[in-house]
Write a protein of this length. Sequence first.
Length: 643
Amino acid sequence: MKPDIRRIAALLMAVTLSVTALNTPVQAAAPTVSTDETAYVTLDYYGGIDYLSIVKACSLHGITQFSDYGDYQSVSNMTTLDQPLLTDGKVTWEITEEVPNRFYYEVTPKEQSIALPWTFDLSYRLNGQPAAAESLAGASGLIEIQIDATPNPKAPAYLRDNFMLLIATVSSTEDHDSFQAPGAQLQSIGSYRVAFYPILPKGEESVVFSFGTDCFESPGIFMLMVPITLSYLDDIAQIQEHKDHIEASGEAVSSIFDDLFLILGGMKGGIGTTVEGLDELEQARKAVDQNRDTIQKDTRTLIDALDRFRRVTWHLGDELNDSRMDRTIDELGDSFGKIVDALGGMGAGVENLKDAVSNLNDLMEDLQKAHELKKQKKLIKEIRQTLADINDILADLEKIGVSGGLDSGMTDEFMQAYEAVLASEDWEEAQQVIDELTASMENALNELSGSIQEDLSTTMEMLGGMQTMQSNIYQLSTDVTLLLNETSDMVFGLADLLQPLSDSLDTFDRTLQQASDHLNEGTRLTLAGMSRMLLDLSDALNQVDDLQNQKDIIADIIREEWDRLDEDFSLFTIDTQAEKQSFTSSLNPAPDSVQIVLRTREIEQPEEAKPAYTPVEEPDLGLIGRIREVFVKIGQTVGEFFS
């Protein structure tokens, strides 16, 4: 493997160490030793832990003696020649030499494992087929590396709730013909590309890196686990968006309350009129209505009509309860759902066809540029397979209503050219056949690409429209059900009201003999006031329905938003102010920073062993020489991690 890839990986690690070193806070009280801890974990090809060591970087602040706690199988001084005093579960340092700004030492825990916030499962594919990682060094084709990151419930709560994960790898544009990492953040460093995926606490993800190459090598997959801060929570923007919706709904509710209070205020006039009518009725109570016989007859007729109306109202309520309108609308929504599913399948097929045609264009360009007969034959075989794939996809699309395909004449012409190139041993002769083939296929591919784009656009428009229509139908079903229930309740309530009204009219009929003109006028005013009051009350009830709908919308938005953030993003379990914890022992003071750096084994072809760098011992290095040796040792540690 080229050493430049190692340099790029080591550079990324050095940046991490540099940021750690710059995060040391200013000491306001008595000086103490402040520490940054970095755990380096080497994984095997499939995600198991091979080796673990921890580098501790200390700012001494003039202190020459301090202790560290943990069960270590080895401790290595990376800064001075002083040796530690090891006791059971404790390391004591007594620094006798002059120390630069930072004191570094490396520890190896006795138990070669810590409970990481995530566990990893890696798998490999070569040209779509499962493959062992050990067999991929020098392989040719499309190599896919899939990393499944699963939250570890056995990890300490601090690591599990507050650490985020970055999964990354490096690709060389000189060694790899193609490099894909769907959904990843990509950065270029010279001729190298770095792809990484950020994963929030408790996130479960499956990521894939794809390499197209004639001779595969890889420096491995890198993971970085660090405590999260609010700067990473891009989802806050979505919270703000829903907050705006809540505020808008609140404004609507406020407006509805204003209208309701206005209506209630207007009802006072109707009530006053009703009171006046009641006073007139009191005057008429002592009088006798000259028309009492006629009124009594008409009243009896009205009582009979109210009784018939009450029976009809009860029957109407029963019919409303038995209505199948809401179920019919639900069935219509389900039918639209099937159409949406079919359009989704059509869109996926058109997308696959678009990718296949793009791949065919790339192969044709590679064929045009190829100057070796062997490579030309290989590319023509791939073009043949791609044409077959395109026809298969088009055949599937025709089954669901998408017409079109490759012209049979173009396919026959390609097969003749394919057989001619395979039989040819002369490069110039094969090149002539290829030029003719390229010219004849160019227009066909352009037409097919245009057709694909048009079909894809049409499919997506239809899919969007159908999805919107399905959503509206389901919403209509909900509204219809609510309307039917409220109407049924109102009808039964009206029926219950008619019975006492009929009884009241009976009583009224018996008192007609005592009525006079005051009774007639009082009845007129009372009915007018009651009518006005009931109209105002009806308007108020309509506004109450709107208020109920707005309240339901607000409740649903708040409930769904909090549930989504709690379950999907673990927002409420992140404590950005949580005190950091040492990897090695709870007896150690809280470090200034903690991070976990992981890397899988590299995949490379065997090469001649190179002698490791050994620093030349100098009898009297002095302060400057000692500082240089510190960085040499740090460089060796980082280099060994990436070697």
